[in-house]
Design a protein around this ligand. Structure first.
Ligand code: SF4
Length: 420
């Protein structure tokens, strides 16, 4: 008996984006690199699941939801989440808390119990094992359900394929039917009454009407089943495009860029290759010298994203030059014992400021997490952490540990003014 093909909306999306990418991910089983926006979205989805858990007798308070978020957030390090630095992770943490607080301010008074949350189901249908996760399912009465999907990215737009997939799942799933019938035993058929995307950063809901059956049938046959049959036939030719390749984790091993088929290790063993690092080739049919080398490709015309990237780099270089210049001016003024000096157009003044600095951010963060002090700082910056040393509500023993991580530094301040 032929095994059903494991399929989902996200797998279909990846195949549509580039079949070769799908092959790397689901045939070679090479995971993608962690992405901070997935980690952020996953923590917020967990909080929503916690809030609306139909098994709970009462909805959690804001403090309980925030504590739950902290627990979810602290399960992984900033690197595991895919953030570029501890600072960026802290900004994500603060943003997550802010979104939960705003959500409570807007919705806590009207929280209503859903039919289910984070419903993971696998439908065996037309030779597919169709996996889906419905963030929230509400019952509207008369056999009608509302499917709500949380979005946590910067923007949100209508994604017809996702809506079609949800509708197909909701109207076919025996589990959803059974859930509805527990509430309403006379219901014979489940229909989608409403589909909605809820954008957490802006607290806005986009609602969509149910699609006609003919559209769902067309989607199912010409998109889902057609994609599945191409996958079964082993059609994985790459479809490179500027947008897809720019952000693709598999560039370093992709035939489009290396000029040869990938025959390296499968699974997580290939992860170093994605980062451009060498891997042990034991157990593969590829020698270390065959590790793909980037092929010369003709530079495409600059896109808006490339222009933006160049400007960001230029800005970074100018900032570096400015910092260097500032240090040189301060050093010269100190050596000449000047506190003020004049150029032809500007005048500069040097002063000093004492600062408490925490250099080992990871240790400080671990300490704040251990004693549940992260929330107290709102956004843990050098100054908000230093303020904890004078906060009467922080136990002395904790202050002592925090103080041991602090350094006191005198900082030179250079102020510049345009001469009159
Ligand atoms: S680099 Fe481009 S062509 Fe290669 S797998 Fe990724 S998206 Fe496809």
């Amino acid at each position: 008996m032929v095994k059903n093909l494991s399929f989902s909306y996200s797998k279909m999306g990846m195949y549509k984006e580039c079949p070769q990418k799908y092959k790397f991910r689901y045939i070679h089983m090479i995971p993608e690199l962690p992405k901070y926006y997935f980690a952020f979205g996953s923590a917020l989805h967990s909080v929503m699941e916690f809030i609306y858990n139909p098994q709970r007798q009462f909805f959690p308070t804001l403090a309980e939801a925030l504590a739950y978020f902290d627990g979810e957030w602290n399960k992984t390090t900033w690197e595991q989440k895919g953030y570029a630095s501890v600072d960026k992770e802290l900004a994500g943490y603060a943003e997550g808390r802010h979104e939960i607080e705003a959500y409570y301010a807007k919705h806590a008074a009207t929280f209503a119990r859903p039919l289910s949350v984070e419903m993971r189901s696998t439908l065996e249908i037309d030779g597919l094992s169709l996996i889906s996760i419905l963030d929230r399912l509400d019952y509207l009465g008369d056999g009608l359900v509302k499917i709500l999907d949380y979005k946590t990215g910067k923007t949100v737009q209508r994604e017809p394929d996702q809506l079609y997939m949800y509708q197909k799942v909701a109207e076919t799933s025996p589990v959803i039917k059974a859930l509805v019938q527990q509430q309403d035993p006379n219901v014979k058929e489940i229909r989608v009454g409403q589909l909605a995307f809820y954008h957490l950063p802006s607290l806005t809901e986009m609602t969509f009407e149910r699609a006609p059956d003919s559209e769902i049938l067309d989607f199912w046959q010409n998109k889902v089943l057609a994609t599945a049959s191409r996958i079964r036939a082993g059609e994985f030719s790459p479809t490179p495009s500027e947008n897809a390749c720019r952000w693709c984790d598999y560039r370093n091993i992709c035939p489009v860029f290396t000029g040869r088929e990938y025959s390296g290790p499968a699974g997580a063993a290939a992860l170093p290759l994605l980062k451009g690092q060498p891997v042990s080739m034991a157990g593969t049919n590829q020698s270390a010298s065959e590790v793909p080398v980037k092929k010369q490709v003709t530079a495409p015309e600059k896109s808006a994203q490339e222009i933006l990237s160049e400007k960001i780099d230029r800005y970074g270089q100018l900032t570096q030059e400015t910092d260097k210049l500032r240090s040189e001016i301060i050093e010269l003024m100190r050596s000449q014992h000047f506190t003020r000096h004049f150029g032809t157009q500007y005048q500069a003044e040097v002063s000093q400021k004492e600062q408490t600095v925490f250099e080992d951010k990871e240790k400080v963060l671990a300490l704040l997490k251990k004693y549940n002090l992260l929330a107290k700082t709102l956004v843990p910056t050098q100054s908000t952490i230093a303020a904890l040393l004078n906060d009467p509500s922080v136990p002395d023993a904790v202050k002592k540990q925090l103080a041991a991580l602090a350094h006191h530094r005198v900082q030179d301040i250079l102020s510049l003014e345009k001469s009159e």
